[in-house]
Write a protein that binds this ligand. Structure first.
Ligand SMILES: NC(=O)c1ccc[n+]([C@@H]2O[C@H](COP(=O)([O-])OP(=O)(O)OC[C@H]3O[C@@H](n4cnc5c(N)ncnc54)[C@H](O)[C@@H]3O)[C@@H](O)[C@H]2O)c1
Ligand SMILES: [Fe+2]
Length: 354
């Protein structure tokens, strides 16, 4: 069994101020998105870095191969000797891809959502624009050297984003917990991730200024990343990436709308493990109670239905289902699910979630 993690993880309020001392670089490329620059959160980071800085803010949500190429050109032109990924999973994944293609520059990941856990995974998801596919790559060299998890950066997230990225975190915990690749070092982290989500996700959504809840969700995201990065995600993620690629549904939202139906399909393959999660939810160990809990969570967080995310265009959805099922299977994630589905079963789950 193998466990990869960043060499150093800093966390807690204000930990972002330790960026300069932890990154010994003279010319730093910051990889981020335009919204974060406009919101004024990048400027203090630039000022605090005792180095020359180039800000590349060309990352779009669900980053593409074109974003990576533009970032790589910025890095080369600037002759950077260190990279800071500053933003949500999109900025962090784009920075990972840039670093991967440019060699072994030090990479510090500073998440501003809570979150994908990408700050602590050897995984990136980059859209292949020609194929219309969100491609997941796993390689130990993608792991950031340092992760700085400062929950204060996540406090500006509006309610919808808090809900989407929070259910993404919960899904990482659940999928890592039931994954066929789970092992002794990942289950504890996955369990803790789920516990924190159960206690704090609703609180963070109701009151974005709740520091305790925001901190718990930032830590849950980190634990979720460490857990699934060293085991795997499974069918929810396998099916959500094609939805994101074709219908441009934000990653966490596409997980949230699939989670109840996918769990209905998967439960029988790992009843014991789902039962342990049910105990954390505080419900009995039946499949029905488990799924009801997930549906209640979606309702409480005002997560829309899948059909609303697809503009209620059922014909287009139905026409896309067979490509989505093929792409989902090709990603490999469904193979780690407690019940390994066929393409036809995946199509049925998409229809049931509609
Ligand atoms: N590499 C991994 O391990 C991994 C894991 C899960 C998901 N992902 C990928 O991560 C991407 C999704 O990342 P994400 O969900 O963090 O969102 P994101 O990075 O796509 O950001 C979504 C939006 O939120 C904004 N935002 C970011 N921080 C904010 C803040 N503090 N306050 C207000 N707005 C803020 C951004 O500007 C952007 O407009 C997807 O591409 C997904 O596939 C990667
Ligand atoms: Fe995810």
């Amino acid at each position: 069994m193998r466990f990869d993690s960043p060499r150093t993880i800093l966390h807690g309020a204000g930990s972002r101020h330790q960026l300069t001392e932890i990154l010994p670089a003279k010319r730093v490329l910051i990889v981020t998105d335009a919204w974060l620059v406009q919101a004024g959160v990048v400027a203090p980071i630039v000022e605090s870095l005792g180095a020359e800085v180039c800000v590349f803010d060309g990352v779009q949500a669900d980053p593409t191969d074109a974003n990576v190429e533009a970032g790589l050109a910025a890095l080369t032109g600037f002759e950077a000797d260190g990279i800071v990924a500053f933003g949500g999973g999109s900025s962090i994944d784009c920075a990972k891809a840039i670093r991967f293609q440019s060699g072994a520059l030090p990479l510090v990941a500073v998440p501003t959502t809570a979150g994908t856990g990408s700050e602590a995974t050897p995984v990136m998801v980059i859209t292949d624009t020609a194929a219309g596919v969100k491609r997941m790559t796993r390689d130990a060299r993608l792991m950031p050297d340092v992760a700085i998890v400062d929950y204060e950066l996540s406090m500006s997230m509006p309610k919808a984003l808090t809900a989407h990225v929070g259910v993404d975190t919960l899904t990482h915990g659940i999928e890592a917990y039931v994954s066929r690749k789970r092992h002794a070092l990942t289950t504890g982290l996955a369990h803790s991730c789920i516990e924190r989500c159960v206690r704090s996700l609703r609180r963070a959504w109701v009151d974005g200024g709740d520091r305790e809840a925001r901190e718990a969700m930032a830590l849950a995201a980190l634990e979720g990343g460490l857990a699934f990065g060293n085991s795997s995600v499974a069918l929810v993620h396998g099916m959500s990436r094609p939805l994101g690629a074709l219908f441009h549904i934000p990653h966490g939202l596409s997980n949230a709308v699939l989670l109840p139906e996918v769990t209905r399909f998967s439960y029988g393959g790992a009843e014991e493990l789902y039962g342990e999660i049910a105990a954390v939810f505080g419900v009995d160990r039946s499949k029905a109670a488990f799924i009801e809990w997930l549906e209640d969570l979606n309702r409480d967080l005002e997560v829309p239905r899948l059909r609303d995310c697809c503009g209620n265009d059922f014909e287009r959805f139905r026409a896309s289902i067979s490509k989505m099922a093929v792409d989902a299977l090709a990603s490999g994630s469904p193979g780690n699910n407690p019940v390994v589905p066929t393409a036809a079963e995946i199509e049925e789950i998409y229809l049931a979630a509609w």
